[in-house]
Design a protein around this ligand. Sequence first.
Ligand code: YH5
Length: 262
Amino acid sequence: MGILNLTPDSFSDGGENATLKAALAHAWAMIAEGADMLDLGGESTRPGAAPVDAEAELARVLPALRAIRAESDIPISVDTMKPEVARAAMAAGADIWNDVTALGADGAPETAAELGAPVILMHMQGEPRTMQKAPHYDDVVAEVRDFLTARAEAAMAAGLKREKIWIDPGIGFGKTLDHNLALIRATAALAETGFPLVFGASRKRFIAAIDPKAQEAQQRLGGSLAAALAAARGGAAVIRVHDVAETVQALAVQRAIDGGEG
Ligand code: YH5
């Protein structure tokens, strides 16, 4: 899954996606590099980010979404916590609702059931503005798994079919380095829930906690690849990344090694 960030304060693109033209060029490049789906986001959920209203979010997302859909059948997810944005995005041709609050907004499970599209339920402790202040868990893997299965039950209780539900441990969302590492190690245990696992560690800050020389997001490719390979080996179904060509290549090499003789 290739990340198409449509926020003006774009954390890893230095604002280069500020214009529709640049965003589309980025989308076509990721498709050419082998992305199987694209994730379009118009609200910043990085630690400390300010909230944005639905109208502003749609003004960022819809033009790019319509332009991509006019030329390509690639599956498109929309990264939003707002039911009204998900609804408008689906009407404009999006296929998947990626929700970092796991359908936490009022009416979100009912909207998801009504739309009937696949939904990515992500775990987050706290809220984006403050989530990195003092994350705490007694057992991070058990708590994340139990939260995600409970949110899946809530979605199913509202009428969403089980096969439409994907889950994501939410790397970096209210987690310390140790929490993130424990969750990466637990990919196989999370995949055992039976829900397809989505995993996103690309360019995230925990990589800089391991390599202090990687203070800039663009310096975190090596760490992003290491995490992607670990998650894939654990059975993750979808890897959400900025660097599509490099990730596709790394996964192909891992697959060739794992599938080889002798
Ligand atoms: C995710 O993991 N993440 S937005 C801070 C960074 C780099 C990247 C520079 N939406 C996820 O990508 N949706 C986001 O440091 C997501 N899973 C799913 N399903 C944050 C992000 C990022 C934040």
